[in-house]
Design a binder for this molecule. Structure first.
Ligand code: FE2
Ligand code: FE2
Length: 370
């Protein structure tokens, strides 16, 4: 999985298949979910810098992680069974809509991870073979995850056109250390998101709206291992997690990832309701757990227990609703922009206040783990 921090870029394309094709038999196209600041982003980086990375400070741990990847524990896990037959037809239209959006966003995130890891493994293969091998194993896992999600979309007569997506998505350039922060958080948050849903559905099997959730337990272990790899990689490059600048950047990435997820999930709370979950409570749990995990490698983490933390995130949620309303309010761009301006400024202010909240030094947060 790759980060939910996102920028506007070309939308993904959903190709309808099967019964919904046009009269001449050619596939028709459904309107894709609109790309916004909250949709998954595609990344590229400085491949030469990655290739030149000295792993010696933590080579033993990285080699051990690579050995785990080689075992390929989930080689036989992602096999569809008879439970999928007819499962899509059981969803009511509203649930179907939010569930398909969930599948599309998840598939795009997984596929974004695949593209980045695959390209990294290819570009550094000769100069940094251990790193290249780790990325190749992770690309294998993400391709499996994306493919599995895409097959579920096929149950709804839809396919994400991954070739189109590869060619048409805008790629965001990040320096390697920013790739580490963003992908580390994305993998760990992915782990907590999947395991939280899995555990909830174990307690409430009546809310399991689709058999794909049965696969989340082993699936999230892939994400956990990917996160551990980035943890080890940052420890091999200690400057990424030491010093004043690193503390600022870690705060920034934690906040960007948490805020984006919270705003996005509250906006699609109907999906969580369909699973019998409250989007806010679910996100608070995932944020608390990811923050706690991050203290193992980041020098600081956020004070998410501070009473103002969620008050400020809620203001951003409210501003975003107002921004959406302003978007619908006129067909004239200038008028829209004028109506939106106060809410954009409001969001900037809230994010600045959140960023300036005193963080917690990781050694104070989880002394036992460190
Ligand atoms: Fe994944
Ligand atoms: Fe992953």
């Amino acid at each position: 999985m790759v980060p939910p921090i996102a920028a506007p870029s070309a939308p993904g394309t959903l190709r309808e298949s099967g019964a919904t094709s046009t009269a001449d038999g050619s596939p028709s196209f459904k309107d894709p979910v609109k790309d916004t600041i909250l949709t998954p982003r595609f990344y590229t980086t400085d491949f030469d810098a990655m290739a030149a990375m000295d792993l010696r400070p933590n080579e033993v741990e990285l080699e051990a992680i690579c050995e785990e990847f080689r075992k390929d524990y989930n080689r036989h896990h992602f096999v569809r069974n008879e439970e999928f037959v007819g499962a899509a037809d059981k969803l009511d239209p509203d649930t179907r809509k939010v569930f398909v959006e969930f599948l599309e966003q998840s598939c795009t995130s997984e596929f974004s991870g695949f593209l980045l890891y695959k390209e990294l493994s290819r570009r550094i293969k000769t100069k940094n073979p251990l790193l290249a091998e780790c990325f190749a194993h992770m690309a294998r896992d993400e391709a499996r995850h994306a493919g599995f999600l895409n097959k579920s979309m096929g149950d709804f007569g839809l396919q994400l056109d991954l070739g189109f997506l590869t060619a048409n998505k805008a790629y965001t350039f990040f320096q390697p250390k920013f790739i580490f922060y963003a992908t580390y958080l994305s993998e760990k948050i992915g782990y907590w998101r999947y395991i939280a849903i899995y555990r909830h559905l174990q307690q409430h099997p009546e809310s399991k709206i689709f058999p794909i959730f049965n696969f989340f337990e082993n699936w999230c272990q892939d994400e956990n291992r990917h996160g551990d790899f980035f943890d080890a990689l940052m420890k091999a490059q200690p400057s990424t997690v030491r010093g004043f600048q690193a503390r600022l950047w870690c705060r920034f990435f934690l906040l960007a990832v948490f805020a984006t997820m919270y705003v996005r999930d509250v906006a699609r709370k109907e999906f969580y309701e369909a699973l019998g979950l409250d989007a806010r409570e679910y996100d608070k749990l995932v944020i608390a757990k990811t923050n706690e995990t991050s203290a193992r490698v980041f020098p600081v983490v956020l004070n998410v227990e501070h009473p103002k933390f969620y008050t400020r995130l809620e203001r951003i949620v409210t501003n975003n609703n107002a921004l959406n309303a302003a978007d619908q309010s006129s067909s004239i761009q200038v008028i829209k922009a004028i109506r939106k301006l106060p809410f954009w400024l409001g969001n900037g202010l809230e994010m600045a206040k959140l960023f300036l909240m005193a963080p917690i030094r990781s050694e104070n947060f989880q002394p036992a783990v460190r």
